[in-house]
Write a protein that binds this ligand. Sequence first.
Ligand SMILES: *[C@@H]1O[C@H](CO)[C@@H](O)[C@H](O)[C@H]1NC(C)=O
Ligand SMILES: *[C@@H]1O[C@H](CO)[C@@H](O)[C@H](O)[C@H]1NC(C)=O
Ligand SMILES: *[C@@H]1O[C@H](CO)[C@@H](O)[C@H](O)[C@H]1NC(C)=O
Ligand SMILES: *[C@@H]1O[C@H](CO)[C@@H](O)[C@H](O)[C@H]1NC(C)=O
Ligand SMILES: *[C@@H]1O[C@H](CO)[C@@H](O)[C@H](O)[C@H]1NC(C)=O
Ligand SMILES: *[C@@H]1O[C@H](CO)[C@@H](O)[C@H](O)[C@H]1NC(C)=O
Ligand SMILES: *[C@@H]1O[C@H](CO)[C@@H](O)[C@H](O)[C@H]1NC(C)=O
Ligand SMILES: *[C@@H]1O[C@H](CO)[C@@H](O)[C@H](O)[C@H]1NC(C)=O
Ligand SMILES: *[C@@H]1O[C@H](CO)[C@@H](O)[C@H](O)[C@H]1NC(C)=O
Length: 318
Amino acid sequence: MDKKMLCVAVKLVLTGYFGMCVGQSILPPGPLSGAVADSVKFSTNVQPPATPFISVSWSFKGVNIITSTSASNTTRPEYTNRISLERATGGLELRNLVQEDGGEYTVTIVPAEGPQKQGETTLNVYTKITAATIRSPAAVLIEDESSTNLTCEGSGSISSRVWMKDEQPLSPSSRLSFSADNRTVFIQPVDSSSHGPYQCRVSNPVSSMTVVHNLTVNFGPHNISIVGPSAAPPGQRVTLQCTADSVPPANFSWLFNGNETRVDDSMFIIERLNAENTGNYTCSARNMVTRRENSTVLNLRGKELEIMILYIIKSSDG
Ligand SMILES: *[C@@H]1O[C@H](CO)[C@@H](O)[C@H](O)[C@H]1NC(C)=O
Ligand SMILES: *[C@@H]1O[C@H](CO)[C@@H](O)[C@H](O)[C@H]1NC(C)=O
Ligand SMILES: *[C@@H]1O[C@H](CO)[C@@H](O)[C@H](O)[C@H]1NC(C)=O
Ligand SMILES: *[C@@H]1O[C@H](CO)[C@@H](O)[C@H](O)[C@H]1NC(C)=O
Ligand SMILES: *[C@@H]1O[C@H](CO)[C@@H](O)[C@H](O)[C@H]1NC(C)=O
Ligand SMILES: *[C@@H]1O[C@H](CO)[C@@H](O)[C@H](O)[C@H]1NC(C)=O
Ligand SMILES: *[C@@H]1O[C@H](CO)[C@@H](O)[C@H](O)[C@H]1NC(C)=O
Ligand SMILES: *[C@@H]1O[C@H](CO)[C@@H](O)[C@H](O)[C@H]1NC(C)=O
Ligand SMILES: *[C@@H]1O[C@H](CO)[C@@H](O)[C@H](O)[C@H]1NC(C)=O
């Protein structure tokens, strides 16, 4: 008769009286995870008895691998140098794991007194992940025009892949999707938010590895702005700084009241402000790769003028 069936039957009959099944497993339910070339220990929840067990035996996929009695130990030849039995508790250590060690293990203990104890558990053996890479087709990517994909590969048995961007979990969007196994991220089309570092974390129960790939997306110029005062007193030195979000960095040029005055410098310096150089400063930003251009204007006024106007208003009031 099937052992499990017997246990269930015994359980049904005895639960009411003893509160536990005599055939209850003495091994944790598992599964256990082990790494190729490493060791694994099957520990039982059995307390060492006063009188040693009559016998302890272990089987793998139904085939006996070790039987220990007070008189002798019998070990299957292929296991002699890689198992150790802890006779007091019935625990077993298995060393130099290979992929083929994965499967079901059972232990049977015959104590000096009381019923026989049994346990079964499953061992999964994984190869440690020792290398991981992110691949992406080599191409010049331009926002809103190009599409790309990132593929994460690793050595060993990978059971999970998780993607991050800028240290945040990457989630699907109208532009971004994942293959069913998370191996590949598709970005169709790319935009400025697609630019930057991507992390892929590959893992299995015995190891994990994170790999980084910097994706370059050419975008912009966006968010062009001039940092500088809109008014300053005469004679003062005034610095205007033009900024733009752009990959690669934008090339700048300046117009003063519609006339081109300076090229290829994000900074415009007016050594001494006077009436002739108040007016409209236009900063143009151009991206050499996207071939896009945009501009913004700052109206620079002299402060004196405001005071004068205020004075005129004040005078006419009084
Ligand atoms: C059997 O193996 C156990 C654990 O390694 C050891 O303690 C015991 O002495 C061995 N018994 C015999 C008879 O060799
Ligand atoms: C994305 O990957 C697929 C293969 O999975 C490939 O056929 C396709 O050309 C790739 N797309 C881009 C934009 O690289
Ligand atoms: C794919 O990624 C999602 C989100 O990061 C994660 O919840 C899921 O478990 C992953 N699936 C696989 C097969 O790794
Ligand atoms: C990615 O870019 C950062 C700087 O933004 C740099 O420190 C890092 O080395 C780069 N990583 C790779 C894999 O190119
Ligand atoms: C433009 O500025 C806004 C607001 O600061 C910001 O959210 C956005 O990411 C910027 N765009 C780019 C392309 O950096
Ligand atoms: C544009 O700027 C880049 C660096 O930001 C520089 O190498 C290049 O010479 C500039 N091009 C022009 C036409 O000024
Ligand atoms: C623009 O420059 C031209 C020639 O360099 C000059 O004749 C003209 O007066 C300038 N216009 C303004 C508004 O500064
Ligand atoms: C500056 O620009 C403003 C608004 O576009 C315009 O009203 C003004 O006349 C301009 N000033 C000069 C000196 O061109
Ligand atoms: C230029 O910038 C303005 C303001 O930032 C924006 O509204 C406009 O769409 C931009 N034009 C182009 C062609 O990018």
